[in-house]
Design a protein around this ligand. Structure first.
Ligand SMILES: [Zn+2]
Length: 125
């Protein structure tokens, strides 16, 4: 079994990942086929993507994705970047207080949460 390295607070940050959503797969116990997807939904999305790749005659490593999905991802990344920039500025500008750091942490958490929960599948499919 692959030993997972861990990030802050002992959470696994690498090791086997879901082929579709890239989340770390739960540790597998016992023999049997190696798990490739974290869920049936991910298996399904991967299958659909491969079918479309075949139809469009593109490689299985390429993905056609709706612009709205990418736009929404970039929007979330932009909000996170703003939160990081604001917090860096706050930390450089004199003495951070517990209150200012708590506010900064809340702002970063608020900006990061949509990315934690995000998938790249559109909701209308
Ligand atoms: Zn997955």
């Amino acid at each position: 079994m692959t030993k997972l390295s861990t990030g802050v607070r002992g959470r696994a940050v690498d090791g086997p990942r879901c082929r579709w959503c890239r989340r770390v797969l739960p540790e597998q116990s016992g023999a049997g086929r190696k798990r490739v997807f974290c869920s049936q939904a991910c298996r399904q999305w991967d299958w659909v993507a491969r079918q479309r790749a075949r139809e469009l005659k593109i490689s299985e490593d390429e993905l056609v994705i709706a612009r709205a999905v990418i736009d929404s991802l970039y929007d979330d990344l932009y909000v996170l970047a703003c939160a990081v920039d604001d917090t860096e500025r706050e930390m450089k500008a004199g003495k951070p207080t517990v209150r200012s750091m708590t506010e900064a942490l809340e702002w970063i958490m608020e900006a990061a949460r949509p990315l934690r929960d995000r998938t790249l599948t559109s909701h209308d499919e």
